[in-house]
Design a protein around this ligand. Structure first.
Ligand code: UDP
Ligand code: MG
Length: 323
C-alpha cells in the first residue's frame, strides 16, 4: 500500500520494452532518493511493452510500497506515457527520467538542490552524450538551437528526460503529440522560472532506442505548434489583424495609384501585373482579418471551455494568510 500522505518526491519513468533495465533502474533510483531523506514514490508507466516489462513491473509493484506501476493498454508513445505518470504522481516535486539507464538517478539530489534555490523547473544538460553522432547528436544540436531561437528559452538540451518540476507547474500543462520535449518551453509560456544543470549520460546497456531519424521531422512540426501557442494563444487578432492590415493597405494604395492612372491620366491598366497584385493583396488582407477574428473566437472557446485563466498566479501573499 502506498501511504496516504503526499510524498515529497515522485519519480516518473516511462517504460517501453526495457525489461533488462528495470531492476537496475529501480535500485539506482532507490539508492539516490533514499540518500536525500525525502519521502518518495516511484511511478513507472508501462507504455504497452511486449517484452515482459509489464509483468515484471506488476510483480515488483505488488511487493514494494514505494512503487506504483501504471500500465497503459497499448503503446501510446513517450509523451502520453509521461502525461499518465504526471496524472498519477502525487509528490510535491516531480522528477522524470528515462527507463533505459541512460540518465543517472545519482543526479537527482543535484536537481533537487537547484530546484530549492527557487526554480520551478530544472532541466538536465547531458554532458558527454553517449549517442550516435550523425543520427542523434547532430539533429539534436540543430533542434536545440531552433527551439531556443523560437521559444526564447535558453537551455542547451531539450531532449534530456532527466528534469525536476514543481507539481503545480505540471498540473497547469496539457501535453499532446510528442510535446514532452517542449515542456520547458511550455512552462516558460506559463511563466515558470527555469534553469539547467549538467548531468551524466550513459550509453544504452540493454534493449534498443525507440526512435530513428523520423523524430527530427516531428520535432520541427511540434516546434511550429509551440511557436503558435506562444505567439497567438491569447491575442491572435494582434498577429493576423496586423498582417491583414499591411496587406490591405498595400493593396489599396496600389489600387488608388492605378485608378489615378486610369481616370486622370487616361492610361490603360488592364494588362498591368500591378492590378492583379493589388487585387490579391486586398483579398488576402480581408481574409487575414477574418481569420484573426475567427481565431479570436476559437481562443475564447478554448480558454472558457477549459476554464483556463489567461494568467498564472505564483502565490498570493496576504497579512496573516500566507499560502
Ligand atoms: N518510451 C516509451 N514509449 C515509447 C517510446 C519510448 O515509454 O513509445 C520510453 C522508453 O522506454 C525510454 C524513454 O521513453 O524510457 C526514452 O526512449 P529511448 O531511450 O528509446 O529514447 P532515446 O534515449 O534513444 O532518445
Ligand atoms: Mg534512451
Amino acid at each position: 500500500m502506498i501511504t496516504v500522505e503526499q510524498p515529497e518526491l515522485s519519480i516518473v519513468v516511462p517504460i517501453y520494452n526495457e525489461a533488462e533495465s528495470i531492476s537496475h533502474l529501480l535500485d539506482a533510483i532507490t539508492d539516490a532518493v533514499k540518500a536525500t531523506q525525502f519521502s518518495y514514490e516511484i511511478v513507472c508507466v508501462d507504455d504497452g511493452s511486449t517484452d515482459g516489462s509489464t509483468e515484471l513491473l506488476t510483480q515488483i509493484a505488488s511487493q514494494r510500497t514505494d512503487l506504483k506501476a501504471v500500465i497503459l493498454r497499448r503503446n501510446y508513445g513517450q509523451t502520453p506515457a509521461m502525461a499518465a505518470g504526471f496524472e498519477y504522481a502525487r509528490g510535491k516535486v516531480i522528477i522524470t527520467l528515462d527507463g533505459d539507464l541512460q540518465n543517472d538517478p545519482a543526479d537527482i539530489p543535484l536537481l533537487l538542490a537547484k530546484l530549492n534555490e527557487g526554480y520551478d523547473l530544472v532541466s538536465g544538460w547531458r554532458q558527454n552524450r553517449q549517442d550516435a553522432a550523425l543520427t542523434r547528436l547532430l539533429p539534436s544540436k540543430i533542434a536545440n538551437w531552433l527551439i531556443g531561437k523560437v521559444t526564447g528559452v535558453r537551455i542547451h538540451d531539450y531532449g534530456c528526460s532527466l528534469k525536476a518540476y514543481r507539481a503545480e507547474l505540471v498540473a497547469d500543462m496539457n501535453l499532446y503529440g510528442e510535446l514532452h520535449r517542449f515542456l520547458p518551453a511550455l512552462a516558460y509560456i506559463e511563466g515558470a522560472r527555469i534553469t539547467e544543470i549538467p548531468v551524466h549520460h550513459h550509453a544504452r546497456r540493454y534493449g534498443k532506442s525507440k526512435y530513428g531519424l523520423g523524430r527530427t521531422i516531428r520535432v520541427v512540426m511540434d516546434l511550429f505548434t509551440v511557436f503558435f501557442m506562444k505567439k497567438f494563444l491569447t491575442r491572435p487578432m494582434h498577429v493576423f489583424g496586423f498582417l491583414g492590415l499591411i496587406s490591405l493597405t498595400l493593396g489599396v494604395l496600389m489600387g488608388l495609384y492605378l485608378t489615378v492612372l486610369k481616370l486622370i491620366l487616361q492610361q490603360s491598366i488592364g494588362d498591368r501585373p500591378l492590378l492583379i497584385l493589388s487585387a490579391l493583396l486586398v483579398i488576402t488582407g480581408v481574409q487575414l482579418f477574418c481569420f484573426g477574428l475567427l481565431a479570436e473566437l476559437l481562443m475564447r472557446t478554448y480558454h472558457e471551455s477549459q476554464q483556463r485563466p489567461i494568467y498564472r498566479v505564483r502565490e498570493v501573499v496576504e497579512a496573516g494568510n500566507r499560502e
